[in-house]
Design a protein around this ligand. Structure first.
Ligand code: C5P
Length: 221
């Protein structure tokens, strides 16, 4: 077959966590290594797509052949994603923090020994996937991830609707799976056509299979 089926297609991928500052030295974050998102960016590029990767703080290198934009906070990630539109493909893999501190302190908050700590006032972060899924410049294929520990498929189906996504890649991130931060992943891909169950495999293989599935989507619709 064609080795570069995504030639001429633009893709946006988010990856990694976001860090939401509490003060200059502290932050709130979700756990995410960025391994799966970065691998997907690389796999889409390998099939010929022009990829913009918007990455939160990670310790892994930028993938080769991909334009990588580094951000820290969810609002910065959203701005970078919207600035990269229009695109044909959006794959939102980042583990965006659901909340940020309403007004982070400009100076380090001092610990007062023996006194109750200052409460953190949290506000909801923008939902980047949902914003892209309902955008006037919505990419033709919008794919999200769902890290769940229960009712994985049922929740993913709901997410197709609420997020305006065509595809949700669901994984069970229960601690005993070892997926979080690990090298392997075991996913189910939920779309309106049904559910694909993929065996446990390296994150790089999940990325290649997903990129192939995306290429098929463009070849057949
Ligand atoms: O709602 P939930 O966080 O479970 O949804 C996960 C999906 O939504 C992932 O694709 C994630 O990248 C995306 N997401 C996002 N912005 C948020 C929260 C989640 O893009 N604020």
């Amino acid at each position: 077959g064609n080795p570069k089926p995504l030639l001429g297609r633009k893709a946006i991928v988010t990856s990694g966590p976001t860090h939401e500052p509490i003060d200059p030295v502290r932050y709130i974050a979700n756990r995410s290594s960025g391994k799966q998102g970065h691998a997907i960016a690389a796999a889409l590029a390998a099939l010929g797509a022009e990829v913009t990767l918007v990455s939160g703080p990670v310790t892994i290198p930028d993938p080769l052949g991909v334009r990588t934009i580094h951000v820290e906070r969810a609002e910065e990630m959203r701005d970078a994603v919207l600035a990269a539109l229009p695109a044909d493909i959006a794959v939102m893999v980042a583990a965006v923090a659901d909340w940020r501190v309403a007004s982070s302190a400009g100076e380090k908050i001092k610990k007062q020994p023996g006194e109750a700590p200052a409460p953190l006032h949290l506000v909801e972060n923008p939902d980047i996937l949902k914003t892209v899924g309902h955008h006037a410049m919505r990419p033709k294929l919008v794919c999200g991830f769902a890290a769940e520990t229960q009712s994985v498929i049922e929740n993913a189906r709901k997410k197709l609707e609420t997020k305006g996504a065509d595809m949700i890649v669901a994984n069970d991130v229960s601690a005993e799976t070892g997926i979080m931060g690990g090298e392997r992943n075991s996913v189910r891909v939920i779309s309106r056509d049904g559910v694909d169950v993929w065996p446990d495999m390296p994150k790089g293989d999940v990325a290649e299979k997903l990129a192939e599935k995306i290429a098929t989507y463009f070849a057949t619709s």
